[in-house]
Every structure is written in C-alpha cells, then in structure tokens.
Design a protein around this ligand. Structure first.
Ligand code: ADP
Ligand code: MG
Length: 505
C-alpha cells in the first residue's frame, strides 16, 4: 500500500491484468525533441491506452491529462478533479496498471495530482483527509481559485478540464435567420460575457434537429477561445442523472457535487429528460443555485418551453425562467436554401438550382433532415456514380420521408395495436386492474403514446381512467428500462411499432 498521499500502481499487480494489444513499440512513439522525460513516458502510455479504448472515451478522459514529472521511479500526472480521477480509476484502473508496468518497468509508480478548486468548498480539509490518495494542486494555482475570482484568473483553471465540447459546432458554421435570431444573438453575447449578461440561465427550446445543441456547444467553444482555460462543461440531463446515480451508489456524492460546482459555464442539453427524476432534480436544483449565486453561467435546452415540461418540480421550472428563454423555430424556405448552399459548399460541391430548390421545398421540418438529405444525395453521387439531378433528389426525399412517417398516429390505433398484440381487452388496458400482464400492456401503451404523439402526460393519463402525469412518467420509465434489458419487451415493442407503421419490418 502507498505510504504517502499518492495513488500508486505497483508492478506486481500486473499478472492478473488484461492483455494489452496491440503491443507498443518504442520506435513508434512520436518524437519529443523538446519535451521532458515525463512527457515522453506519458506519451508512450497514452499510445497504448488509445489503442485499447473507445476514441471518444480517450479524448474525454485521457487526452488532456498532463505529465508533470518523472524522478526515475515515480511518474506524476495531473487530472482536473477527484471525480475525474475516480472515474478513470474505476473504469480503467486495470488498464492503467498494465500499461504502466509495461512502460515504466518493475517497481515504478504512478502518482496523480488532483486539482482542487477551493472557491466554493469550505470542506476542503475534510475532503483531503477522506481521500488520502490525493494531492492538492500547487499552492500558487490554488490561491487564485480560493479567492473566488472570476474568469480572468486563467492560471487558476486547468487546461485539461474535460468539456465534452464538440469542436465542429461553432458560430462560424451556424446559419442565422429569423427562426433562430434571438437564440443566436443571446448565445454570442453569453460566449463573450459568461455569467455577466441578463441571460442567466439561457434556455433554448424548440423541436428536434433545429440547432439547439449546435448553438449551446458553439457558446462553449467560443467562450473557451476568448476566456482561455475557462471551465466549460457540456452534458445532458440523462448523463447528469446517470452520473448522479453512480455517485450515490459509489458513495461519491461529494465529489460529484464539488465537480459540478467548479464549473464556470454549465451546459445541460435536453432538460426535459429530468422529468420524473425527483432526486436528480433536487441535486440539480442545488447545483443550479450554487452556480447562479456565484455568477457562473448556466445554459439549458429543452424540446418545449420550461413551463410546459411535465414532471419537473415547480421551483426548478421557475429558476429556468430567471434569465432568457428563447425559442428556435424551423427554418423558413430562404433559410433552408441558405443552409443547403452552405452545407454543400462545406462538402466541396455546388447543387444545381432546381435540386436545391426541390430539397428546400420538400424538407421542411428540421435542419438535421436537410443535412441528412444532402449527405445521402452526395453519397449517391460519389459512391454510386449517380448524376446529381432532380430525379435523384426526389428519390432521396422519398426515402427520408418513409423513414419518418409524418402522419400523427391516433390514440385509438395505438391502444388497439397494444391490445391486439397482448391479446388483452382494451377496457382492461385502460381500466384499473393491477394484474401483471395488464399493467405491462398499459405501460407499453403509455410509452408509445409518449414517444409517438404530441400528447401531454396529463392527456395520456386521461385515456387510462384519469391517471395522473406521475403515473405516466413512471410507466414510461419502466418500459424504457425493460427495453434496455429485456429481450421480450424489445420484441413486443418492435412488433407493435411495426403494426402501427412506425418501424420497418
Ligand atoms: P437540436 O439540438 O435542436 O436537436 P442540433 O443542434 O443537433 O439540433 O442540429 C442538428 C444538425 O443540424 C446539426 O448537425 C447542426 O449542425 C445542424 N444545424 C442546425 N441548425 C443549424 C444552423 N442554423 N446552421 C447550420 N447548421 C445547423
Ligand atoms: Mg440536441
């Protein structure tokens, strides 16, 4: 066991560890003419880690770790938070040990330095004692954050903070028009002055594929450029929930809380999925308050205006409305033309006038669909050698339309399809009986209604003897869980959706 406040990986652990493949060859390492021995060793470790994990995971959790020093037996690396360190340890501890034993050799150790943000945390002393494996950041950096100074104190913020930002979503490739004018203007103002405008929180809402995620990511990317080393963190309500649940299960709730409170710009996408998750909402409520009070920027998106989100506590909804709520509407015809022209140019091509007009007239609901259409059109041209004509455009549009049937499925047809599939009378499904198979059919029907109609939770409940919205949320969550884990539910759902024409055989 380590004797000091460090995390050690001893070479002797290695027998029980997974085989690493492919093997790392020293001569395949990048050259490091001007880098320290620590950098070189860490680069070698990274080369193996990269080959053994998912690229997205690698980018998020490993790419930005910095090597600080190597003293011949101990490699010191720096990670941005305890949460971060523990995540790596939990998920990739075994991999790390194997890699280190290969690269550093017998008896070598890895030591993590965890950057601790003291600005909002008076329990730091406590935390350090409870987690003796951690060392604090160097005092020069700690003092700036401790003073609770705003973003200008760049030296207080680690460069390797995990952001989850996608660098391709920037303002430069976001087309502005009437449908997103207010949202885009507010987004730019916030990127320039996070936490300092009236738009805190900023809530963008609108249906899917209209550029909400693009815009909020663009804020993060631009803010990072302008305010170097600012802590921007992008997540969505589902990931927040999952991390929160994991933190509870693993007794790491303090780390979770501290991590979120150390963020300067917190972006939470798709907050409608907080619906029905009361404990998570409670935690998010406190996170929101802590960040807002200390002038940190909060940015949220939703598929509907905050006050229409069902199953979310009123006190949260009221906070969501403290700043600016801006809608993003479907693009109008001119804007659709502009988007197609721009995206085609980005792909290095130009569309004939009649093709571009045909697409702009026929794909109306979302930018994502416009993009999808353009990509399949260009694929048919470059991969299948087809000619870029209006006939080809028609074919592509037809294909896309059949993937997304626009007809609104009626409540009656959904209920009948479920009733038929399970061979249970409709009156039982909509009635009060609590027999297990009836409950499952009822929950399935509620889930499909939620997924495939525009009905509110309340009105879904009204088709089942006036059940309230929390029952509907609970049912939908149950079915969602079954769908993830239970093959029979998956098969049943597939068959019912097929019957309804919502899924191809
Ligand atoms: P949402 O989050 O609203 O569902 P996204 O932000 O994911 O939508 O946008 C879907 C796709 O459409 C993305 O690839 C995005 O880059 C693109 N997109 C949406 N709006 C615009 C726009 N105004 N200009 C350029 N691209 C856009
Ligand atoms: Mg989105």
């Amino acid at each position: 066991m380590p004797q000091d406040a460090t995390m050690l990986f001893a070479q002797s652990d290695s027998e029980a560890l997974p085989k690493i493949s492919p093997q790392f060859h020293a001569d395949s390492a990048p050259s490091h003419a001007n880098t320290s021995p620590a950098d070189v060793l860490w680069a070698k470790c990274l080369a193996i880690i990269r080959d053994n994990i998912n690229p997205q995971v690698f980018r998020t959790w490993f790419e930005n770790i910095r090597a600080l020093s190597w003293n011949g037996s101990k490699l010191l690396i720096q990670v941005p938070s305890q949460f971060y360190y523990e995540w790596i340890e939990e998920h990739y501890g075994a991999l790390m040990r194997t890699v280190l034993s290969q690269i550093l050799g017998a008896g070598a150790e890895l030591q993590y330095e965890v950057i601790v943000d003291k600005s909002e945390d008076t329990t730091l002393q406590d935390r350090t004692i409870r987690l003796p494996a951690m060392r604090q950041q160097n005092p020069a950096n700690a003092s700036a954050t401790q003073a609770g100074l705003p973003f200008a104190q760049h030296q207080s913020v680690p460069q390797n903070f995990p952001t989850y930002l996608n660098q391709t979503y920037v303002f430069e490739n976001f087309i502005r028009g009437e449908s997103n004018q207010l949202a885009a203007a507010a987004a730019i103002a916030i990127a320039d002055n996070p936490g300092k405008t009236k738009y805190n929180p900023l809530v963008l809402y609108g249906s899917t594929g209209l550029g909400k995620t693009h815009l909020v990511q663009a804020i993060g990317n631009r803010a990072q450029q302008i305010h170097r080393n600012i802590r921007v963190f992008y997540t969505n309500s589902e990931r927040f929930t999952m991390e929160y649940v994991n933190a509870i299960q693993n007794g790491k709730i303090n780390e979770f809380t501290n991590f979120y409170r150390s963020i300067d710009i917190l972006i939470v996408d798709d907050i409608q999925f907080f619906s029905g998750k009361e404990k998570t909402q409670d935690n998010f409520f406190h996170t929101f308050n802590a960040l807002h009070q200390s002038g940190k920027q909060i940015i949220l998106t939703s598929d509907k205006p905050p006050k229409e989100i069902q199953g979310v506590d009123d006190r949260l909804i009221s906070r969501f409305q403290w700043g600016l709520t801006a809608d993003v509407q479907p693009p109008d015809y001119e804007m659709r033309l502009a988007i197609l022209q721009r995206k085609a140019a980005d792909e290095g091509t130009q569309l004939p006038g009649d093709v571009i007009e045909y697409l702009a007239r026929n794909i109306t609901s979302s930018v994502r669909e416009l993009e999808g259409c353009l990509i399949s059109l260009l694929a048919k041209v470059s991969l299948d050698g087809r000619e870029l004509t209006i006939d080809l455009a028609r074919e592509v549009v037809k294909g896309i339309a059949s993937e997304h049937p626009s007809k609104e499925i009626s409540v009656k047809s959904i209920l009948s399809a479920v009733s038929e599939h399970y061979d249970i009378a409709l009156t039982l499904i909509t009635g009060k009986t609590r027999k297990q198979e009836v409950v499952l059919a009822r929950q399935t029907a509620m889930y499909i209604l939620k997924q495939h109609t525009q009905l509110s939770l309340k009105s879904i409940g009204s088709h089942f003897g006036g059940r309230d919205h929390t029952t509907v949320i609970h049912s939908c969550n149950m079915v969602k869980n079954y769908l993830e884990t239970d093959a029979r539910t998956q098969t049943a759902m597939g068959a019912i959706l097929e019957k309804l024409g919502l899924k191809r055989p």
